[in-house]
Design a protein around this ligand. Structure first.
Ligand SMILES: NC(=O)c1ccc[n+]([C@@H]2O[C@H](COP(=O)([O-])OP(=O)(O)OC[C@H]3O[C@@H](n4cnc5c(N)ncnc54)[C@H](OP(=O)(O)O)[C@@H]3O)[C@@H](O)[C@H]2O)c1
Length: 337
């Protein structure tokens, strides 16, 4: 039985994540039951949503239990198997945990073709939660039409950069909001956005003025990843019948929610705001993965991945999502291939 290392929840965090909230523990891997298999996790997706799963509040998933490893999407190689659908040496991806080995549960973990995408890690980025949220948020809620103006927040991040690029593929004018000149430069040069706004140090009034300068006719679709001041400013710039896609509210994940303060704009503009959660689109994942993979392989979609290594670096890597120092989809390498 291989020795497992697991990054577990030691206590429920309050506010920002602290080292004492977690404990790295070692334990032998469990014996497999019929139908189970042991996945040697190679890469784990680090997502802002992981912060929410640590709170004991109503959500679309139960909170991570104290003593359990942090829940995470992982991809890995089957190391032992009592399930013919998951032969030893094959690749699989699914909802597992930050640990070197996970006992795979069919249904939660699916076989994957390691050659289906240009890089194996693309299963956690383009074909992972970020890509799927961008795809379904726009396809089903934002529904941008050619010639419309689309605003994206946290636009240099994983979900935002993909959402903005999909909107460009739909012939829209795309404006991105991101933190700092380097990320704004990346929006324009690498993702081919039409305009970029650095939100750092800007009040709601200054943000609103910057959005209006970039989109004098207003915003048709807003893809929101942040909340707070950015959402307040975006709401003030909506066009009639605009659609606001609520994908995330990362500015509120470590603190008490401030709420949206300009909701009256939805009434004035006859606009709509709707949340997207990828788990509700499970049956349509193949449609999204096919479209995203097609764009990626055709060179019409670029993805940046920020890979850190070592289970002992889980917390610093996770914190990068909240201080903005990640430079693409945040991924943790847990083992060598
Ligand atoms: N609904 C779904 O199913 C779904 C699925 C995946 C992701 N999401 C959501 O999508 C959003 C982006 O996630 P991601 O995985 O793509 O991460 P990401 O954008 O790659 O990284 C997070 C980025 O958020 C920005 N940020 C962090 N704290 C902020 C704050 N207080 N104010 C403004 N910006 C802040 C930072 O960029 P800057 O440097 O630009 O500040 C940071 O780089 C999150 O809200 C996440 O919850 C939702």
């Amino acid at each position: 039985m291989p020795l497992n290392r697991r990054f577990t929840l030691a206590r429920r965090p309050h506010g920002n994540l602290l080292p004492d909230d977690f404990k790295l523990v070692e334990a032998p891997t469990a014996d497999l039951q019929e139908g189970q298999f042991l996945l040697r996790n190679i890469y784990a997706s680090l997502d802002p949503a992981m912060r929410g799963w640590l709170d004991d509040v109503p959500s679309y998933l139960p909170p991570v239990a104290l003593g359990d490893p942090l829940r995470a999407s992982t991809i890995g190689i089957v190391a032992e198997s009592r399930n013919p659908d998951f032969p030893v040496g094959s690749w699989a991806a699914g909802f597992n945990g930050i640990e070197l080995y996970s006992v795979g549960i069919p249904g939660f973990t699916q076989p994957i073709d390691p050659n289906a995408l240009p890089a194996i890690t693309n299963h956690l980025s383009v074909a992972g939660g970020a890509g799927l949220a961008a795809y379904f948020g726009l396809a089903d809620i934002g529904r941008p039409l050619a010639g419309e103006t689309v605003l994206v927040s946290a636009a240099a991040g994983a979900a935002g950069s993909i959402a903005g690029q999909i909107a460009k593929l739909k012939q829209c004018r795309v404006i991105g909001i991101a933190g700092g000149p380097e990320k704004c430069e990346r929006l324009l040069r690498r993702y081919h956005f039409d305009a970029a706004i650095d939100y750092r140090g800007k009040s709601v009034a200054e943000l609103t003025a910057a959005i209006r300068a970039a989109a004098p006719g207003g915003i048709d679709v807003h893809f929101e990843n942040v909340g707070g001041n950015i959402l307040d400013a975006a709401l003030l710039c909506l066009r009639p019948r605009a659609r606001v896609v609520l994908c995330g509210l990362i500015s509120e994940y470590n603190s008490k929610p401030v709420g949206a303060r300009n909701l009256f704009q939805l009434i004035i503009q006859g606009a709509r705001m709707e949340g997207v959660i990828v788990t509700q689109f499970y049956e349509r994942f193949p449609e999204a993965v096919a479209a995203l993979t097609g764009w990626l392989k055709a060179g019409e979609l670029v993805i940046d991945e920020h890979i850190e290594a070592g289970i002992e670096n889980t917390l610093p890597a996770l914190l990068r999502l909240f201080d903005g120092s990640n430079t693409g989809k945040m991924i943790l390498q847990l083992s060598e291939v």
